[in-house]
Design a protein around this ligand. Structure first.
Ligand code: GYE
Length: 331
């Protein structure tokens, strides 16, 4: 790569250690900023790249695959040392990813993967287990109802889905429905996308409240939509967290505040913090101490709710009381 050779030459001329900090340039594909999760994710990653003294190339935000394609092509032509990719959609990058591979630029996949990932080379892949997160939302709900003496009640559930076609949304919906199938008294009476945004979560919840007589539970596939649902429920004269149970996903700070205020009942964690895994990987790839892995790495995640102590997995892991840990949360 010409860029690296130039950096090494410059380092030699300036008397810096070869392979010194500034020798690494990371290209980050543009992506939308639809949620608190996404904001925290990029703040964390960009701050970590800066701390290393590395150069960052980033054209963002965008929801268009064409913009991602253009940016990746530019990163290839400029010879970056590494590319971080979160796909806006599962398809459309097949060709440019071949070009990334041909240029032998290490590609690190984060959070949303391309459908063609089995056909390409990548150096590492990190994301949450979204199906399991959906299961956890449903397990928590069923066990919470049971603990409140409502285990046999007919319960109407609405789902606020994430962006259609995104793995985070599709997989969470799969996990939710898989578990709810085991609880015939929990019926899904509405399921619609709110695109992972607070504004659309609010709008969809408003229309559910108008068209569905009885809603007992909202399963929001991210916290932002859950917070939007709270606004809609209040506007309809109902009490969120009491008249209607609200379960979110991500465990962002705003959800913690809502839980502690009693307006949201639970959130299932999905960490946006990947720099702690990605930065060491980039360093290891650079110095040869780490070889690319095709294994998908899932972070360890928990669940948080008003009182704690509700089982949220098939094997009975217990949720944590949000108020007990809110001060230690970093996002
Ligand atoms: O849950 C949501 C965001 O892909 C895990 O996308 C991510 C999801 C996250 O907009 O808030």
């Amino acid at each position: 790569m010409w860029k690296k050779r130039f950096a090494l030459l410059l380092a030699a001329l300036l008397g810096l250690p070869a392979g010194g900090a500034a020798a690494i340039t990371v290209g980050v594909a543009p992506m939308a900023r639809e949620s608190d999760w996404r904001m925290v994710h990029y703040d964390d990653m960009f701050a970590a790249i800066k701390t290393e003294g590395w150069a960052l190339m980033h054209d963002g935000p965008s929801t268009k695959v064409e913009d991602q394609e253009k940016a990746l092509r530019r990163y290839v032509s400029q010879g970056v040392d590494c590319i971080l990719l979160t796909c806006v959609g599962p398809t459309g990058l097949e060709e440019v990813l071949q070009e990334v591979n041909e240029a032998q630029i290490p590609l690190i996949l984060i959070d949303r993967f391309p459908a063609c990932m089995d056909q390409i080379a990548y150096a590492g892949a990190f994301r949450a287990d979204f199906v399991e997160e959906g299961r956890r939302m449903a397990y928590w709900t069923a066990n919470y109802l049971e603990s409140a003496g409502r285990g046999d009640e007919e319960i109407n559930v609405v789902i606020l889905e994430g962006t259609t076609g995104s793995s985070a949304a599709e997989d969470r919906t799969t996990g939710i429905n898989e578990v709810l199938a085991g609880y015939p008294n929990l019926k899904v009476v509405g399921s619609q996308t709110g695109n992972f945004t607070r504004a659309e979560g609010l709008a969809v919840m408003e229309s559910f409240l108008k068209s569905i007589d009885k809603i007992d539970v909202v399963l929001a596939e991210n916290d932002d939509m859950g917070l939007g649902a709270i606004d809609a429920i209040k506007a309809a004269g109902k009490v969120p967290g009491k008249d209607i149970i609200i379960v979110g996903c991500d465990a962002v700070k705003n959800a913690f505040d809502a839980i502690v205020a009693g307006e949201m009942n639970a959130t299932i964690e999905c960490t946006p913090l990947y720099s702690g895994a990605v930065i060491p990987l980039i360093k290891g790839l650079e110095d040869g101490s780490i070889t690319p892995s095709r294994e998908i790495m899932n972070p360890v995640e928990e669940a948080f709710c008003i009182d704690g102590g509700i089982a949220y997995t098939a094997d009975g892991l217990l949720s944590i009381k949000a108020a007990d840990v809110i001060d230690q949360r970093v996002y």
